[in-house]
Structures are given as structure tokens and as C-alpha cells.
Design a protein around this ligand. Structure first.
Ligand SMILES: [Zn+2]
Ligand SMILES: [Zn+2]
Ligand SMILES: [Zn+2]
Ligand SMILES: [Zn+2]
Length: 305
């Protein structure tokens, strides 16, 4: 799971007296359910289904936006696909450049639910406003927060929590305080993208603790920071602190968790976290400098509104 490194993450136990009891997170079904589950009580949507099917491009299956094209026999397709094919995908007739104005008028008069309705968005939009909203919809799927491997998975937070456990073997811990030990036997080879992820459940949310070694310019450093599994708006309600030390010295970082909407690399490159120079890290590790033994203690808390 961890290329180029042999980090061991060890949770040394929580100081749990002051913790707020973590809520039980229910893992609901994956967000990839079929739209057809809406065919029951939601009458308004069902009655529009025929129109929505009309507006579905038969090639790419996306909703067609004006300009909508058609072949001489009346088969419609979206403008993107029209520019890519020469013959009608249905009847193989040569396409030409015919617009389907009637369908365009229908499309423009429609109000459509956000495409993330299935993930909880209740908003309805006029045809043209919809795609702009969808790019920023707070219900849009999140990308997998696992760093280092370009993981293509995205989905709702409960889905991703499940995915992190199942597919990335990420450690999950309950509680808002932690004491984490990172051990590496050969600290001389700091490689890019040597990282580690632990997830904490607290206040009913999940927080990703990232720890990694990389080269900042020419200097090998270690960095730890926390990301929030949720939107920026909720992330800002929390703060966290990280502490690392040894031999009577200590470094502390206090920060605000960053939403996982911000990529791991973006947060890292903005240096929004605890950064430890390698020489300092080895000093904290004590002993012979042959082994990296960093104790990172931390706490997450909720800011008063
Ligand atoms: Zn298309
Ligand atoms: Zn045709
Ligand atoms: Zn939406
Ligand atoms: Zn993933």
C-alpha cells in the first residue's frame, strides 16, 4: 500500500475522557443506485421521464443542450457527438448540419432537477442554469482522498469511507485525540509520495490525517496535516492541532482542516500543515539517526459558532 517506504502507523491510545462520543456512522448504499428507484412516489419526475429520454443523446447518453442536431430522418444527437460522427448512429444516413429547433425549444422550457438529486440535492433549475449549478453542487460526489495513487473512485462520504477501508486498507479510529507514531527504518531515502493516511471518526464526521515524506525544493521534509471529509463550509467549523517533539523540544501546529474538495497535493503544496525538516525529525527520533521514530500527537475540536 505504501510505495517506497515502510512506515508503520501505530495508534498509541486515546485520551478519551474529554472526547465527545463519536456518532455511529451508518454506511448507506452506494451512490451508484439506478435512477429507476425514483419511479415510485415522486410523480412529477416520473411524468417528465419521457421528455428526459427524448433529450438523452443516443451516442454519449448525456442530456442534450442546444444546439441539438438531427439526421434527415429526424434522429437527434448532441452537438459534441455530431461533430465526431459522419453518419447517423441510428439509420447510418449521412448527417449534414440540421438543427432540431423543436426539441431545442422543448429543452429550453424545461426545469430539471439537479443531476445529484440521488445524492440529496433538492434543487430544480431552468435548462441552462443547471450545469453551472452542478459544477458546484454541494451534493456532487467527492473524489477519493487517498493520496499517491491516482484513484478514480468518487462518491458520497459514506461510500468513500467504506471504499478507504475496503480498497486502501486505511486505519479507522474513533475519537478526537490521537497519538500516532511513525516509524521508518531507513530515513535516508526520502522519496516523493511516501505517505500515510489514517481516518478519524469524531463529531459525526471523518477526518483524514495525512503524513508524508517529500522533498521541499532540495530539502527532505516530513509533513502532517488534516483534511475534512465534507464541504469547506463544514470544515471551517473545526480546528486541529498537531504536536511533534523529543529530546526536550517540541513543534506545534494549529490549523483548520481542509475540505477533501481541495486535493491532497494542493494542500501539501500550500504547506498548510506541520512541516518537519528531516534533521529535526531525526533529532526528535533520538538515538542513532538510523531510524525515524516520530510521535505525532493531535486533537480535533469544534469551534464555537
Ligand atoms: Zn452525445
Ligand atoms: Zn437517422
Ligand atoms: Zn445540486
Ligand atoms: Zn480510492
Amino acid at each position: 500500500m505504501i510505495p517506497g517506504g515502510t512506515y508503520e502507523g501505530i495508534i498509541e491510545g486515546h485520551t478519551s475522557e474529554s472526547d465527545v462520543a463519536p456518532e455511529i456512522i451508518e454506511y448507506r448504499a452506494s451512490p451508484h443506485r439506478k435512477i429507476s428507484s425514483f419511479n415510485g412516489p415522486k410523480r412529477g419526475i416520473t411524468s417528465n421521464t419521457a421528455v428526459h429520454e427524448l433529450l438523452e443523446c443516443p451516442v454519449c447518453m448525456n442530456v442534450m443542450y442546444p444546439p441539438i442536431h438531427q439526421c434527415p430522418n429526424g434522429h437527434t444527437l448532441c452537438s459534441k457527438c455530431q461533430s465526431k460522427v459522419r453518419c447517423c448512429p441510428i439509420c447510418r444516413h449521412e448527417l449534414g448540419n440540421i438543427r432540431c429547433l423543436a426539441l431545442e425549444r422543448v429543452a429550453e422550457s424545461l426545469e430539471l432537477p439537479c443531476k445529484y438529486q440521488i445524492l440529496g440535492c433538492q434543487d430544480i433549475f431552468p435548462y441552462h442554469g443547471r450545469s453551472r449549478h452542478e459544477q458546484n453542487c454541494r451534493f456532487r460526489p467527492y473524489k477519493c482522498p487517498y493520496a499517491g495513487a491516482d484513484c478514480p473512485i468518487s462518491g458520497s462520504i459514506p461510500f468513500l469511507v467504506d471504499h478507504l477501508k475496503r480498497d486502501h486498507n486505511v486505519d479507522m479510529h474513533d475519537g478526537c485525540t490521537f497519538n500516532h507514531r511513525y516509524v521508518k527504518s531507513n530515513p535516508q531515502d526520502v522519496e516523493n509520495a511516501t505517505w500515510m493516511l489514517t481516518v478519524f471518526n469524531c463529531y459525526g464526521y471523518q477526518f483524514c490525517l495525512h503524513f508524508e515524506a517529500f522533498n521541499l525544493g532540495m530539502a527532505p521534509v516530513y509533513m502532517a496535516f488534516i483534511r475534512f471529509m465534507g464541504d469547506d463550509h463544514d470544515a471551517r467549523k473545526f480546528s486541529y492541532s498537531l504536536e511533534v517533539g523529543g529530546n526536550g523540544r517540541k513543534m506545534t501546529w494549529q490549523g483548520v482542516p481542509r475540505s477533501i474538495r481541495d486535493s491532497h497535493t494542493k494542500v501539501r503544496d500550500s504547506m498548510d500543515g506541520l512541516i518537519i525538516q528531516r534533521s529535526m525529525a531525526l533529532f526528535f527520533s533520538g538515538g542513532s539517526r538510523q531510524e525515524l521514530k516520530l510521535k505525532v500527537a493531535g486533537r480535533i475540536w469544534k469551534e464555537e459558532a
